[in-house]
Write a protein that binds this ligand. Structure first.
Ligand SMILES: Cc1cc2nc3c(=O)[nH]c(=O)nc-3n(C[C@H](O)[C@H](O)[C@H](O)COP(=O)(O)OP(=O)(O)OC[C@H]3O[C@@H](n4cnc5c(N)ncnc54)[C@H](O)[C@@H]3O)c2cc1C
Length: 506
């Protein structure tokens, strides 16, 4: 019998990781990407000496990333140049105060004591209490386990209750901290993966623990170096990557996925893994298949995550007042999140996240300049916002706000400018409702209740990436590749790849 053939649709981090794991397990993989370039949300813009990562910028959970490289017979350390960041971020609050957030417990306690002494005293207890959550999701591998049957889920329920997964992240943090700054610092992380801290389950409190244990890193040259490194190991293993090749249909025979059609071409497959948007996979690529679980009506009920408005500015001056990662939090923080997630209105105010890699890496901007990435969380397209109309005024408001905040002569210093709106998430990345992070991470869309890594409607069809378990974020989608692989292993007899020894990045 010849090699099994697998088609992976989409070259996001999840698609690349699944392709590497499959190819390393003896499956001949063809990866199809509809865009001209690979990486999905992790794209790159190069313009007049400025380099911008278009999506993810924070590198965490290096051990999870390393595990993908080990499957390709190499290591993360050998593949990219990692730089530790300290602080991880600087968070500016609306009242002019700020916190430099890092993994240094004593320094965090010292900063917290200025705002609230008992909060500072509670910090170690908080860390102690969130460790079991980290152990459950990461050490014991629940994040990489396909939650596709009730037995697995039922076994997890007592543990989830013990870990207080029924609480929200914000509710969990409020049990330890009184000061609004500390409540924010230890609960905002779901926003990095498209969740509202006031609705996301407390399992996400493990992210601050993960950051403290494994650090926050930068990859020299930017995040796109990781995309290129993963593509290169896939190709070295014998995998095939085809860009500008959209999957137009998943071919199903007798209830089984048997190939993919792109234009007039049919690519045969023994198994298909979709890294494309989950809703779009069912509605566009499997439109003629009779779906028992994921009917159009049911898909429509899924809550899509928020979207993002992104500005990439190449500026002719340096702004040392900005850290590598800077957050600016609006006074109306909680209500603004309601506007974004539930009321779905584009508000007049905003919170911002700025990524300035040129603070760490001078190759990212011409000498004396800065590569500025500005992200404002905004509602997805279910808000009905016309982005052709809204983008310009929002851009002007953000630039003006940043000038008033302290970035002197920002407008006059702009040499290069690009923009990405929720409408672009839909047209460029084919994301349902222009979501930036797949399906929203709420309790009723998590674990067993999230669309499974193995399709419930079509045999030999699997999902990987932000729309399936465990969810968005680079660590999330890489864990999803591991979970998907476990399902594929159960269904097909695959070789076990020979792994390199784990490398702890310190
Ligand atoms: C602005 C932004 C900032 C972020 N910041 C961080 C961060 O700092 N750290 C972090 O860990 N995470 C971050 N995230 C989240 C993280 O980037 C994503 O969750 C993750 O990269 C998504 O990977 P994915 O595997 O789901 O694939 P995606 O990146 O969604 O890629 C899917 C791919 O499928 C392709 N595709 C779709 N349909 C088809 C088709 N029919 N045929 C062929 N190809 C198709 C698309 O073109 C795309 O390339 C950020 C996300 C955004 C949007």
């Amino acid at each position: 019998m010849g090699k099994l053939k697998g088609v992976v649709i989409g070259s996001g981090f999840g698609g690349l990781a699944a392709a590497i794991r499959l190819q390393a397990s003896g499956v001949q993989v063809t990866l199809l990407e509809q865009r001209e370039t690979i990486g999905g949300r992790a794209g790159q813009i190069k313009d007049s000496g400025y380099t911008f990562d278009t999506g993810p910028s924070l590198v965490t959970a290096t051990e999870i990333i390393d595990s993908v490289f080990q499957h390709a017979g190499t290591t993360l350390r050998e593949s990219v140049d990692l730089v530790p960041l300290d602080p991880f971020y600087r968070v500016h609050f609306y009242d002019g105060t700020f916190i430099d957030y890092s993994g240094d417990v004593e320094d965090m306690e010292r900063q917290m004591a200025v705002f609230n002494k008992s909060d500072a005293q509670n910090y170690r207890r908080f860390l102690n209490d969130i460790k079991p959550v980290f152990d459950a999701v990461i050490t014991d591998g629940l994040g990489a386990m396909p939650f596709d049957n009730l037995k697995t889920f039922a076994a997890f329920v007592p543990r989830a209750l013990k870990l207080k997964a029924y609480k929200t992240v914000a509710g969990y943090a409020a049990d330890y901290f009184d000061d609004f700054r500390h409540q924010f610092m230890f609960s905002f992380h779901p926003l990095f993966i498209g969740g509202n801290p006031f609705y996301s389950p407390a399992l996400y409190v493990m992210i601050p623990y993960l950051e403290k244990e494994q650090g926050v890193w930068y990859i020299q040259g930017g995040m796109y170096e990781l995309v290129k490194a993963m593509a290169s190991v896939l190709v070295d293993l014998g995998g095939i990557i085809r860009t500008a090749t959209p999957a137009d249909e998943i071919i199903v025979k007798d209830g089984k996925a048997v190939g993919v059609r792109s234009g007039d071409e049919i690519i045969d497959a023994d198994l298909v893994v979709s890294n494309a948007d989950l809703v779009r996979t069912y509605t566009n690529l499997l439109s003629s298949v009779d779906r028992k679980k994921w009917t159009d009506k049911r898909l429509d009920k899924l809550k899509q995550s928020m979207s993002c408005f992104l500005l990439y500015l190449g500026v002719r001056q340096e702004y040392p007042e900005l850290k590598h990662h800077t957050l600016m939090i609006a006074e109306r923080y909680r209500e603004l999140l309601e506007d974004i997630f539930r009321r779905k209105i584009l508000a007049d105010d905003f919170s911002l996240y700025l990524h300035v890699p040129s603070r760490t890496d001078r190759t990212m901007a011409p000498e004396g300049g800065e590569s500025l990435y500005i992200l404002a969380p905004v509602p997805n397209l279910r808000s009905g916002t016309d982005w052709d109309q809204a983008a310009g005024p929002l851009r002007d408001k953000i630039v003006k706000y940043l000038e008033e905040w302290g970035l002197k002569d920002l407008e006059a210093s702009i040499e290069v400018e690009h923009m990405f709106t929720p409408a672009d998430f839909e047209t460029e990345l084919l994301a349902e409702a222009g979501n930036a992070f797949g399906i929203e991470p709420i309790l009723t869309q998590s674990a067993y209740f999230r669309p499974h890594n193995r399709s419930e409607d079509v045999d030999n069809l699997y999902f990987v990436g932000a729309g399936t378990h465990p969810g968005a974020g680079i660590p999330g989608v890489l864990l999803s590749a591991e979970a998907t692989m476990k399902s594929i292993r159960e269904d097909h007899h695959l070789e076990t790849p020979i792994l390199r020894d784990p490398v702890i990045v310190q």
